[in-house]
Design a protein around this ligand. Structure first.
Ligand code: PLP
Length: 684
């Protein structure tokens, strides 16, 4: 069981962080708490030495403290484990000091070292480096490291003049990253701060920042005196530091079981288990309320593109939040929506230049159907009223989307809500037969067809059923030759999942209407879009009395926060070569699946397009009895191995963030392989 990690960060350098860490540790140890303190990075330290701060922290952490309780001198006590994780010679930021030595710190190895240290004690006090926004690596500041550690934070601040502003900024930066703040300690580093003035600062900080001020630490003439250090800490209010870490798991589970209704979740099974209660995310990892970490193997339902808590996406949303959180697009506009529309028009397949926003993928499909129908009508084709859809298609759960994407048993009993579509067999099993069926339908009813709707390359929710690009091109050609429009639903396949930014473009197909969702905001916020041609848009442009206006829209359409995230996400595709990462990850997954999964006895088929993967489980070639819940059990077994995946029936789905590393991909596939073997053991 890991101990609590309490990080002490400063409002700047020289505010007394090390002394506070040592004091907290010494006092907690005196009270009988098994506490240790360490420093993440010491800069300005001569090679081969640890530096003075490490000596102090080591002494404060010592399990036995024989003789004189001082941090230095002949009887100085020795703590266990490292007192400093990284030392760098130059007195600069860790990034600059490491760069000067021709290296870069590794965030994950720091995380692992802290976790290893925390595993051996009840409370690990971790001294941050300077303040929260000090750069540690080229991409990460101290703040990201503390996030990954899921650390609780104590802010060390000066007691005197200037402290309110610096403390308020630090508190805001901590909150902005979702860090749990235990409180602020004001430190009289130089001595001589008027106690009344310090108390006034404490009161103002506590009222203005709504954060507890744990107290004011007096100036200590001899910081090596461990008795005096412990005494100084004892004068602080340490109840939040000493008490158990806040664990919301049970409160969340209770409220959830009493009041929440989950989508696509078996209510009976849900109530029997402790829910996976996610608190935070970072990169490809999720952390639950108990502090356990899981690899996100499904990108939080196929959404997360660049990883959780990407600094650029966080920044974009925060910046927009500083301006306005929501403003309507009905009859007015705003920069994030308009500029994103322009950027999307350049990113999507050629000729699609007009963007209509919704929130959910299903709503985009719904809007696409309506736009297609009305566009035909406005062009004088009121007789065109039917849609052609693929068997096994899934386009979301609103009535129109279900009408063209009916999948059993999801949609059993909904007939009174639905309109009939012309359904042709899925191209997955027999592409030629599917194309023949399409040709037949169009031959018979082509002049009554509004549009053909497809999920290009892979029918995702049907169980990752793949089909070829050539067939898609042929289908598009057939539809167009009969005057039908082509709607490409890329809610699932868009934004790099199949190895191209958009599957339709990769397949050499230009739809008339493109539906986007899920990864549009990098997986941050609900936003979907319909992108179409100016020609179709033009059919809705006429004098008011003709009522060609598109009377369709949702209240939060084009929400500025979501659009800001989407713009930042598109930019990251350029800046970080996300498509390159997606392609490398797809190749790695392919290799690993071949090594570890394909030949498992219960694996019937592994289907993939890019990183989108379905592993179909069968019992000697026949479907498992659904009551056995094999797919679900395999997913729960994977969760016990620290990996989150979610099945579609007995198809175990992998669909990781595009930035997943090789090592993480290996962990994902290993865990899934072991889980499948575990639950299908004895079956062939
Ligand atoms: C291809 C496709 N279209 C539409 C949707 C519906 O999207 P949403 O769940 O955001 O409504 C999905 C969801 O998985 C999908 O895979």
């Amino acid at each position: 069981m890991n101990g609590r990690v309490i990080a002490v960060t400063g409002t700047g350098t020289g505010v007394g962080k090390t002394v506070l860490c040592a004091a907290l540790c010494a006092e907690l140890r005196r009270e009988g708490v098994d506490c240790r303190a360490l420093k993440l990075v010491a800069t300005g330290v001569a090679p081969g030495t640890e530096g003075e701060d490490a000596v102090l922290l080591r002494a404060a952490s010592a399990r036995e403290r024989p003789g004189v309780p001082r941090a230095t001198g002949p009887a100085a006590p020795q703590g266990e484990g490292p007192a400093v994780l990284e030392t760098l010679a130059l007195p600069r930021s860790p990034l600059a000091a490491a760069t000067a030595e021709g290296r870069e710190l590794d965030l994950w190895s720091l995380v692992r070292s802290v976790e290893a240290a925390a595993a051996g004690c009840e409370i690990l006090i971790v001294e941050g480096v300077g303040g929260l926004l000090v750069p540690l690596t080229r991409r990460h500041t101290v703040r990201e490291l503390l996030r990954r550690l899921d650390a609780e934070v104590v802010v060390a601040a000066l007691a005197g003049l200037g402290t309110i502003n610096h403390t308020a900024l630090t508190v805001e930066a901590a909150r902005g990253a979702g860090l749990r703040l235990l409180g602020v300690v004001l430190i009289d580093t130089e001595g001589g701060t008027d106690p009344e003035f310090a108390a006034e600062n404490a009161a103002q900080i506590s009222a203005q920042c709504r954060v507890p001020v744990l107290g004011v630490m007096p100036h200590l003439p001899d910081v090596a005196d461990l008795h005096a250090l412990a005494g100084a800490a004892a004068s602080l209010d340490l109840s939040a530091v000493r008490g158990p870490r806040a664990d919301l798991t049970e409160a969340v589970a209770g409220a959830d079981h009493r009041h929440l209704w989950h989508p696509f979740t078996q209510t009976s099974e849900w109530r029997d288990e402790e829910p996976l209660t996610i608190r935070s995310g970072e990169g490809c990892w999720l952390t639950d309320e108990r502090g356990r970490r899981y690899l996100d193997g499904i990108s939080s339902l196929w959404c997360t593109v660049h990883g959780h808590a990407h600094p650029a996406l966080d920044r974009a949303v925060r910046e927009q939040l500083g301006r306005i959180a929501h403003s309507t697009l009905l009859g007015q506009t705003h920069a994030p929506a308009a500029l994103l529309a322009e950027e999307l028009a350049h990113a999507v397949p050629g000729g699609l230049t007009r963007v209509f926003y919704c929130e959910a993928g299903a709503a985009a499909v719904e809007a696409a159907l309506r736009i297609a129908l009305l566009a035909q009508r406005h062009a004088g084709h009121a007789e065109r009223s039917r849609f052609v859809a693929l068997g096994d298609a899934y386009h979301g759960d609103t009535a129109g989307a279900v009408s063209v994407g009916r999948s059993e048993p999801f949609h059993t009993g909904l007939d009174p809500l639905l309109f009939p579509a012309l359904t042709i067999p899925s191209p997955h099993i027999d592409e030629a037969a599917s194309l023949r069926a399409l040709a037949g339908v169009l031959e018979r009813e082509g002049d009554r067809v509004v549009a053909l709707i497809v999920e290009p390359r892979i029918q995702a929710a049907a169980g990752m059923l793949t089909h070829g690009d050539g067939g898609l091109r042929e289908a598009a050609g057939l539809a167009h030759s009969h005057g039908a429009l082509l709607i490409a639903d890329e809610v699932a396949t868009g934004f790099g999942r199949t190895g191209d930014l958009f599957a339709s473009a990769g397949a050499g197909v230009t739809p008339d209407i493109l539906c986007l969702g899920k990864g549009l905001t990098g997986g941050y916020l609900p936003l979907s879009a319909v992108v179409t041609t100016d020609e179709l848009f033009g059919r809705f442009t006429a004098p008011y009395v003709e009522h060609r206006t598109l009377y369709y829209g949702h209240t939060y359409t084009g929400n500025p926060l979501a659009c800001a995230a989407a713009r930042a996400s598109l930019q990251l595709f350029e800046e970080e070569d996300t498509l390159g990462s997606a392609r490398r990850l797809a190749a790695t997954l392919g290799r690993l699946l071949e090594e570890r999964v394909t030949r498992l006895p219960a694996v019937f088929e592994v289907r993939r397009s890019g990183v989108m993967t379905g592993i179909e489980l069968r019992d000697r070639g026949a479907s498992f009895d659904p009551a056995m819940r094999v797919g679900r059990r395999a997913s729960l077994a994977a969760r016990r191995r620290g990996v989150v995946v979610r099945p579609l029936g007995d198809v175990v789905v992998l669909n990781p963030p595009l930035t997943m590393s090789d090592a993480e991909a290996r962990m994902l596939v290993e865990a899934v392989a072991e889980s499948i073997a575990e639950v299908t053991g004895g079956l062939s």
